[in-house]
Design a binder for this molecule. Structure first.
Ligand SMILES: [Zn+2]
Length: 696
């Protein structure tokens, strides 16, 4: 292993970009790192610098001004928009504040870390601000801080604790303490640097609190999940009309600024960056985009008549989480009592991590089907997984068995998981669940991708069926790819094309459930020959079909009339309607249920938000074109999502289910979800409110 490898390993542990220099400081080195990375320190350890001084990282930032150090900006996903000038401006801005009135050293000079005594006094004062004691008696009063300021102060507190406590692994090490605090808060190097600035300021001047959180940190306001959610819902609400200008106006509106404590209005350019960060890409409009398909007649029909009734049936047996404390199960909405087991719903999806995030043309949400990478886009990694609000990612309690599938599209140029891989993944998932969580009833929820809906080759289908019995000496069957009966592998003709064979279609069934063969029985004069649609329908007691046409032109029958042609009648027969996909059949064979989301309804699949969270974490890593780094960083980003966040995401999805269940359309649901953020269900008065707000 070379040094770079080891640094990358450390980055995995600390989940933030790390430069070897940061670990050559006097204290954060050998002894601290030894237990974790025995090899690491031996290789990169540099000669000990003077012990009295702490080489603070800010001085490394100064190196950047000389152009020696080109890596690391705060949020790499915004890099495309940020010129390098901007990056250095930001850094120097921080430094200016850091230097303070005392006229501390110029960039490039070593700086003395604040003395422990001073840091300890500052920590005491910070504690008092966070938990003001009551005038009389025990207990605390609410300091009345907004959530952002509060979280900043908590992080400062944890950094100072790391710094002054002799038991801390980073005791006395200023920069390392900040990294520890940032990392345990789920952030990276930028946050660490910011913490050092804040702590220094606070040590010098107790009135200096992070009350202006977005002043110098404007780029990062999207670290606030609540704000990100608000913006996401607003964008969904305006659908096709998305523009940077609109987002800018929205963020700059009084309501949003006061709600989230944003002091400076943002510019249109910043709004562009936000759009990018929020997952919108400038691209050419394509058919079937979110806004077009969401309220399409067939999609709405499926949502209301198929999906929601299924959901309602299992919803009563799902656990609910307390709104403000999602780690607690709600007792207000108890699950239905009795013998029925709790239902755990596992949402499935696939996503792609790119080594380099690329910009496309037009602001479209990238929830369109994941595309494999084109040449020049850099390496990419496809991941398919399941997640539940109860347990998080699908895995055994010890984490040794997981259902996660990882694929490099580079190896397989079509870049998608095949239905076989999807079925195999389901089988592995079911094995884990049966082994480790048999006390629950498990339901899989997949999206409506064609891979998931693929049916067996011999599955019932009226496509291509002739109306009449084929002529003597001929027969009708389904043409399919020939597979070796032992290995299951596709067989090829001498010309290299897959061999085709005709197979019989599977049996249908009568209304009473008894099977109906579509081929004449052994004792019939045309034994084994296809019966044709007319005979099949007549056998079902639907009368004489000889006068009825085989099908209306192009199967575009007049709406409402379901007796116009043989194909339409057969098409609507319950057994032809209820044909299950291979995936459904696979799950059923193991006693599991699979459901399919309505098309274009990614807001119902909370795994989407998990991908988003993981990708934000992933982007904190330094850009690397190395495939192994890509995989490691992507996987550790996925594992960094706290269960509490997952449950919040799940509550949000259920709010949408509830909205559609109350008869709201997509736009109304987005409006309602934004208004009732944090609630799992919407109030009964929601329809009146929509009317008042003129949301149609
Ligand atoms: Zn017809």
């Amino acid at each position: 292993m070379d040094t770079q490898d080891k640094i990358e390993q450390l980055q995995l542990v600390f989940k933030c970009p790390i430069r070897s220099k940061a670990f050559s400081g006097p204290r954060m080195q050998a002894e601290e790192l030894k237990p974790f990375f025995h090899e690491f320190w031996i290789v990169i350890k540099e000669p000990d610098p003077p012990v009295e001084e702490d080489l603070d990282e800010e001085s490394q930032v100064a190196n950047k001004h000389d152009g020696k150090d080109s890596e690391d900006t705060d949020l790499p996903n915004m890099e495309e928009e940020c010129s390098s000038d901007e990056g250095t401006d930001r850094d120097s801005e921080i430094e200016d504040q850091t230097r303070g009135p005392a006229g501390a050293p110029r960039p490039g000079q070593k700086r003395t870390a604040p003395p422990l005594v001073q840091a300890s006094e500052a920590l005491n004062d910070l504690n008092k601000l966070l938990h003001p004691p009551r005038k009389k008696g025990a207990g605390h009063i609410d300091p009345g801080l907004n959530s952002f300021v509060r979280s900043q102060m908590e992080a400062m507190k944890s950094m100072l604790n790391n710094y002054i406590r002799p038991l801390s692994r980073t005791y006395g090490a200023w920069a390392a303490s900040s990294i520890q605090a940032a990392v345990s808060d789920g952030h990276g190097n930028y946050c660490a640097r910011r913490l050092r600035v804040l702590c220094r300021q606070f040590i010098q001047d107790r009135t200096f609190l992070p009350v202006n959180p977005y002043g110098s940190w404007n780029e990062s306001i999207l670290v606030d999940e609540d704000l990100t959610n608000d913006l996401g819902l607003y964008l969904m609400e305006i659908g096709k009309e998305i523009s940077a200008k609109k987002l800018m106006d929205y963020v700059n509106s009084d309501a949003i600024r006061s709600k989230h404590g944003i002091e400076k209005p943002i510019s249109e350019r910043t709004a562009c960056r936000y759009l990018n960060t929020l997952g919108y890409r400038w691209s050419t409009p394509k058919k079937g985009q979110y806004a077009d398909g969401h309220e399409r007649e067939d999609v709405v029909y499926y949502r209301e008549q198929v999906f929601l009734p299924q959901w309602r049936r299992i919803e009563q047996r799902m656990a609910n989480w307390v709104q403000d404390d999602v780690m607690k199960e709600s007792t207000l909405m108890p699950r239905m009592p009795g013998l029925e087991r709790e239902v755990v719903v596992w949402f499935h999806d696939e996503t792609i991590f790119y080594a380099h995030d690329r910009r496309k043309r037009g602001w479209y949400h990238k929830d369109a089907p994941a595309k494999p990478y084109a040449k020049g886009e850099g390496a990419s990694l496809m991941i398919a997984d399941f997640v539940s609000a109860r347990f998080g990612w699908l895995q055994s309690p010890d984490g040794k068995h997981t259902a996660r599938k990882v694929m490099r599209p580079g190896k397989n140029r079509d870049g998608y998981f095949t239905y076989e891989e999807i079925c195999n993944q389901a089988i592995e998932a079911m094995a884990i669940l049966q082994n480790f969580y048999p006390q629950y009833e498990h339901v899989f929820v997949y999206d409506n991708a064609s891979t998931h809906l693929k049916r067996a080759p011999d599955a019932l289908s009226t496509r291509r069926m002739p109306k009449n019995i084929p002529k003597n000496g001929t027969n009708w069957g389904v043409e399919t790819t020939k597979r070796n009966s032992f290995t299951g592998k596709v067989e090829y003709q001498p010309d290299g094309k897959p061999a085709k064979i005709k197979i019989r279609m599977a049996d249908a069934c009568f209304a009473d459930g008894t099977p109906q063969s579509l081929y004449f029985p052994e004792d019939h004069e045309r034994a084994g020959t296809f019966k044709g649609m007319a005979v099949i329908l007549q056998e079902r007691g639907l009368g004489d079909m000889s006068k009825l046409r085989a099908e209306c032109k192009d199967f575009k029958c007049a709406p409402g009339l379901n007796t116009c042609c043989c194909r339409r009648i057969l098409y609507n027969q319950p057994d032809f309607v209820a044909v299950e996909s291979l995936l459904e059949l696979t799950c059923k064979a193991y006693g599991f249920k699979a459901m399919f989301l309505p098309k274009f309804h990614c807001e119902l699949n909370f795994i989407e938000q998990c991908w988003g969270y993981a990708k934000r974490t992933y982007r904190l890593n330094p850009e690397s074109s190395r495939e192994d780094a890509l995989q490691r960083n992507a996987l550790s980003a996925l594992d960094s999502i706290p269960l509490s966040s997952m449950r919040k995401f799940a509550n949000r999805s259920r709010r949408f289910m509830d909205a559609y269940g109350k008869g709201l359309n997509g736009r109304q649901a987005a409006w309602a979800a934004r208004k009732y953020r944090g609630h799992r269900v919407l109030p009964a008065s929601i329809l009146d409110e929509l009317e008042k707000a003129h949301i149609v």
